[in-house]
Design a protein around this ligand. Structure first.
Ligand SMILES: Nc1ncnc2c1ncn2[C@@H]1O[C@H](COP(=O)(O)OP(=O)(O)O)[C@@H](O)[C@H]1O
Ligand SMILES: [Mg+2]
Length: 316
């Protein structure tokens, strides 16, 4: 449904996105995850025909975003980072206005407006002036305007930013419910959000795709991984093989060797286990000296930071 090939966008000397490629299947919900300045908004603005790319190709439902913008626009709904709402319009009139802009015929328009208001749970605010609405309600009006043309593809730029926890849960659920019926790309800089809502996640940093993963793999990583760091005085090879044999250990790496008979080992364990005492006992049983033992947990945040930092190092 969405194809992006080697997309690059420069703003003057700033390379906002570099060689970004990905596909989104029909009915799929894809998350664009990345820190501020990663290039999420730029990618979305190119896909929604608001910005021409410097190079590369993109198409939606088979229509090229550069050469067939009218075809593309009629098939997408876009919730920008800041929704251009008209403060002095009433919700219903605003949605009718957007419907008109998007070329919906007068006949059936008010029905469509009622329908999206229902879908976004704002019917009871139909006659309210937009300026009197809370941030959460405004965001729902923003979502309603994106849905007004019943688009096949929805592009949502940080849809939960600035909302309170209850509103966040509502919007996320709403997006989740659309999976299968619409193809969705949503951006976020919050990890739990994309893993909750999306079927696939693209991590971007400094304009480049640095990782792509399914939520189940993300969830696996989300669960804390426990590593134990041990410093042992003893024959390093023998120590290593003894540690590997401890039940529940999934891997052992010699991370440094401060002296010929001293090794520092990183021991990965199955996540639910605390093997510190077992590991210590194993060292003692072999009459080696246990110089240090610490455990460290790695959260998805850590993994994310690591990915992002690795990328930085590559570029430096
Ligand atoms: N209109 C612009 N002019 C110049 N640079 C811009 C413009 N918009 C974005 N950038 C730069 O492009 C990069 C990507 O920005 P953006 O796509 O907004 O990232 P994100 O949405 O992930 O925070 C940033 O370095 C940003 O400063
Ligand atoms: Mg942005």
């Amino acid at each position: 449904m969405i194809k992006v090939e080697n997309l690059t966008k420069n703003y003057g000397f700033v390379e906002a996105i570099k060689d970004v490629s990905f596909n989104v299947g029909e009915g799929e919900v894809l998350g664009l995850l990345g820190p501020n300045g990663a290039g999420k908004t730029t990618t979305m603005r190119v896909l929604t025909c608001f910005l021409p790319a410097t190079s590369g190709k993109a198409s939606i439902a088979g229509y090229d975003v550069f050469h067939q913008p009218m075809e593309v626009r009629s098939r997408i709904g876009y919730l920008p980072e800041t929704v251009p709402l008209y403060e002095d319009m009433r919700v219903k009139d605003y949605l009718d206005f957007v419907a008109d802009l998007k070329g919906l015929e007068k006949k059936g328009r008010s029905q469509r407006v009622s329908r999206v208001m229902g879908e976004c749970a704002i019917e009871d605010r139909a006659n309210w002036l937009i300026r009197t609405l809370s941030k959460g309600l405004r965001q729902r009006v923003g979502l309603a305007q994106a849905l007004i043309n019943d688009p096949q593809v929805l592009i949502l730029d940080e849809p939960t930013i600035g909302l309170d926890p209850k509103q966040i849960i509502e919007i996320r659920q709403h997006i989740k419910d659309m999976a299968g019926r619409r193809t969705v790309i949503l951006s976020s800089h919050v990890l739990p959000e994309v893993s909750m809502v999306c079927q696939r996640v693209l991590i971007i940093n400094k304009g480049k795709v640095v990782a792509e993963d399914t939520p189940s793999k993300l969830t696996q990583r989300l669960q804390k991984k426990v590593s134990v760091r041990l410093q042992v005085k003893g024959p390093v090879d023998e120590v290593k093989s003894a540690l590997v044999r401890v039940d529940g250990v999934t891997g052992v790496n010699l991370s440094s060797q401060p002296a010929t008979d001293v090794g520092e080992f990183m021991v990965d364990t199955r996540k639910e286990l605390d093997l510190r005492s077992k590991l210590a006992a194993e060292v003692v049983r072999n009459n080696w000296d246990l110089l240090e033992l610490t455990s460290s947990t790695m959260t998805l945040e850590d993994i994310f930071v690591q990915l992002v930092t690795e990328e930085k190092e590559v570029e430096a």
